[in-house]
Unconditional design. Structure first.
Lengths: 460, 104
C-alpha cells in the first residue's frame, strides 16, 4: 500500500460494482504503489458556465494568461532526430521553431524574423541555417545572427542584439515541451508525479507508430473532456460495454497539473450483469483496438479462468515476444486496463507496455470554436534492434472520418463516435438557455479539476 | 518518350542521397529514399534554388534554402511557401544495373 495520502471525496458515493482497487486485490504480482493511489479530493458540485467553452472573452483570457504560462507538449524528440531538424509549433497566435541544436540539445526560437517580422520557417523540416524567405536575413541554428544582404543599409543594427529570442525547452518521456514564461517552475516540478507513475514505461524509448490529426468543430477543452471520463461509454460506445468497466472506473487528481482515470477492462460493465466471460473475451479482442491481437478467432475461454486474466496473459505473452524481454513484473491491470493520465492543460497519455495512446487538443489557431485533435500511438520494438522511424503525421480533412486512418485501427470508429458528440456539444452549449453545465460529482471530477486549475492561471 | 540509359549505377547511390544529373540540358536530381529511387527537377518551385543536398526523410525532400518539403512520389509540396509541385520522372533499373529515366 502506498504511503501517499488518500483523500476520500465527500459523500463517497460510488458504483456498487467491483472497484478498481478490488480488482487489484486479485493480482498475483506485486501491485506497484502508483496503482494503489486513490486520490479524489472533493472539489464542489457547482455548475460551470458555458462561457468557459464558447465565449471569445474566455478564449482571450486563456491567450493572455494560460498559454503564456504553461508547459506545453510540442512534438516528440524523434520528430527532430538530427541537428538542424525542427518542428514549427503553433499555439493560438504564437509560433515557435523547436530545433535540435546538438545530439542532446534542443532550442526553441520565436518564429519571427528580426528584420520585417515574417515567420522564418513555414513548416517542419531541416535547416543548416534559418534564411528568411522574404529578404534573406539569416541566423545559424543556434539563433546567432549571421547577416542580411546589403549590410551597408543596416549599420543601425550593429549595436543591437540580433539573436533570435528563445523560450524555455525541456523534455520528458521523449516529448519536447516549451514554456513561454522565463520564470516558470521547472518541467520536473510541473509534471510531478507523472514521471514516477510512468517509471515502468520508458516512453522516451518508444517510437511513434501512428500520428493522426484532424480539426474538430469544438473548443479545445470540449475535445479534451471527451476523453476524461468513462461515464459516456454507456450511451456513446455501448458496443464496448461487454468488456469495459465503465461505471466502476476510478478517477484521481494529483496536484494541479495531473489527473487520471482508470477504467477496468476485460470485465463487463456493471450495467450489463448478464454478459458471459466468453463474450467479454471475444469482444475485447475484436473491438478494443488496444490488445495484442484484434482477432478472436482461435481463442477459447479456458475453464475456470476470467476473461480479464485470459486477456492479460495473452497480452503478456504477445507483448513480451514483441519487445524481446519478459514482462514478468507487469500486473494484469497494466497489461489491459485503460489507465489514462492528463497533463495540464491539453496532453493525455496512456499507461501501457505497447500501443500507448497520446492525445493532444490544440486551439485551432485563434478560433475558440474549433480545435486540432491529434492522436499518436507509441510503440515498442524488439530489444537490440534499431528504433523504427516515427510515423509521418496523417492530416485528415475536416470531412474525413477517423476510421479512414487505418493506422489507428479500432480506435478510429471509437473516435468517430466521440466526434459525433464534440461538435454537437459546442453547438448545444451556444444554444443553451441554462447557460451552464452540471457535472457528475465523481465520474466527471477530472473535468472540474481541469477548470479549477485553469482558474488558478487566469486569476493569477 | 525517350528512355536514357546513361545514368549512374544504382549501387552508387545510398539511401537519403541526392545526385544531380544533366539530361537533354535539364538539371535533374536523382534521390534515394527508403530504398526506392526517385527523380525530380532540380529546382525548387518556391525560389528556384537547387535541391542538391536537400535532406531526405521518409519520402520527402527538403529544399536547402527555405525548407520547402516535396513528396518525392508525387512532387507535391507541403506547407505554405509554394503550391506548385515539382516535376517528377519515372526511374527504372536497366539490365546493366544503371538507373534510367523516362523523359517526356
Amino acid at each position: 500500500m502506498s504511503e501517499l495520502i488518500k483523500v476520500k471525496q465527500q459523500g463517497e458515493a460510488r458504483c456498487e460494482g467491483l472497484s478498481y482497487q478490488d480488482l487489484l486485490d486479485n493480482e498475483t504480482i506485486e501491485v506497484p504503489a502508483y496503482l494503489r493511489e486513490d486520490t479524489n479530493p472533493y472539489m464542489g458540485d457547482e455548475d460551470l458556465s458555458v462561457d468557459r467553452w464558447i465565449s471569445r472573452d474566455f478564449h482571450e483570457l486563456e491567450k493572455q494568461k494560460l498559454w503564456p504560462k504553461v508547459w506545453q507538449m510540442t512534438c516528440r524528440e524523434e520528430d527532430i532526430p538530427e541537428v538542424g531538424d525542427h518542428h514549427v509549433y503553433e499555439i493560438v497566435d504564437q509560433s515557435i521553431i523547436v530545433t535540435r541544436t546538438g545530439e542532446n540539445e534542443i532550442k526553441a526560437f520565436i518564429n519571427s524574423c528580426l528584420h520585417r517580422g515574417r515567420i522564418l520557417r513555414d513548416c517542419d523540416g531541416h535547416a543548416e541555417e534559418f534564411v528568411c524567405p522574404f529578404h534573406g536575413a539569416t541566423w545559424d541554428i543556434n539563433g546567432n545572427f549571421k547577416g542580411i544582404p546589403c549590410k551597408w543599409d543596416f549599420s543601425h543594427l550593429d549595436q543591437k542584439d540580433m539573436s533570435l529570442p528563445q523560450v524555455k525547452v525541456d523534455t520528458w518521456g521523449g516529448f519536447v515541451f516549451i514554456n513561454f514564461d522565463q520564470n516558470c517552475q521547472s518541467l520536473e516540478d510541473y509534471l510531478n508525479p507523472l514521471p514516477e507513475h510512468f517509471s515502468r514505461f520508458p516512453l522516451h524509448d518508444y517510437y511513434k507508430g501512428a500520428h493522426v490529426q484532424r480539426v474538430v468543430q469544438c473548443n479545445w477543452k470540449v475535445g479534451a473532456e471527451a476523453f476524461m471520463e468513462s461515464f459516456h461509454t454507456l450511451e456513446t460506445h455501448s458496443e464496448i460495454l461487454t468488456f469495459t468497466g465503465d461505471a466502476n472506473s476510478q478517477y484521481d487528481t494529483f496536484g494541479d497539473h495531473v489527473s487520471r482515470s482508470v477504467t477496468p477492462m476485460g470485465v463487463a460493465s456493471p450495467h450489463m450483469p448478464e454478459v458471459t466471460e466468453e463474450e467479454t473475451m471475444r469482444d475485447i479482442l475484436e473491438l478494443s483496438g488496444r490488445m495484442a491481437t484484434d482477432n478472436a478467432e482461435g481463442h477459447a475461454m479456458p475453464e475456470g479462468l476470467t476473461a480479464r486474466s485470459y486477456i492479460a496473459e495473452t497480452n503478456r505473452e504477445m507483448f513480451s515476444e514483441l519487445i524481446g524481454e519478459p514482462l514478468d513484473q507487469a500486473t494484469q491491470s497494466e497489461l489491459e486496463d485503460a489507465i489514462l493520465y492528463m497533463l495540464f492543460p491539453n496532453t493525455q497519455v496512456w499507461i501501457g507496455y505497447n500501443g500507448n495512446i497520446v492525445y493532444r487538443f490544440l486551439p485551432n489557431g485563434d478560433d475558440h470554436n474549433s480545435c486540432i485533435f491529434e492522436t499518436m500511438i507509441l510503440m515498442r520494438y524488439p530489444k537490440g534492434t534499431q528504433k523504427p522511424e516515427p510515423a509521418e503525421k496523417n492530416i485528415l480533412r475536416p470531412d474525413q472520418a477517423f476510421s479512414e486512418a487505418p493506422e489507428i485501427g479500432g480506435l478510429g470508429p471509437v473516435f468517430d463516435q466521440d466526434d459525433s458528440n464534440m461538435a454537437a456539444v459546442q453547438k448545444g452549449m451556444i444554444a443553451s438557455r441554462k447557460g451552464a453545465v452540471s457535472l457528475a460529482s465523481y465520474q466527471e471530477s477530472r473535468i472540474r479539476h481541469l477548470h479549477q486549475t485553469i482558474d488558478k492561471y487566469l486569476n493569477a | 518518350m525517350a528512355i536514357t540509359d546513361t545514368l549512374i549505377p544504382a549501387v552508387d547511390i545510398s539511401d537519403k542521397q541526392t545526385v544531380p544529373v544533366t539530361l537533354n540540358g535539364k538539371n535533374i536530381l536523382i534521390c534515394k529514399a527508403n530504398g526506392e529511387f526517385y527523380a525530380v527537377d532540380n529546382q525548387c518551385t518556391h525560389q528556384r534554388a537547387e535541391l542538391t543536398g536537400g535532406r531526405i526523410r521518409n519520402c520527402y525532400l527538403a529544399c536547402p534554402l527555405h525548407g520547402v518539403r516535396f513528396d518525392l512520389r508525387t512532387g507535391q509540396p507541403l506547407g505554405e511557401l509554394t503550391r506548385v509541385p515539382l516535376k517528377t520522372y519515372d526511374v527504372s533499373l536497366a539490365d546493366n544495373g544503371n538507373l534510367q529515366l523516362e523523359l517526356d
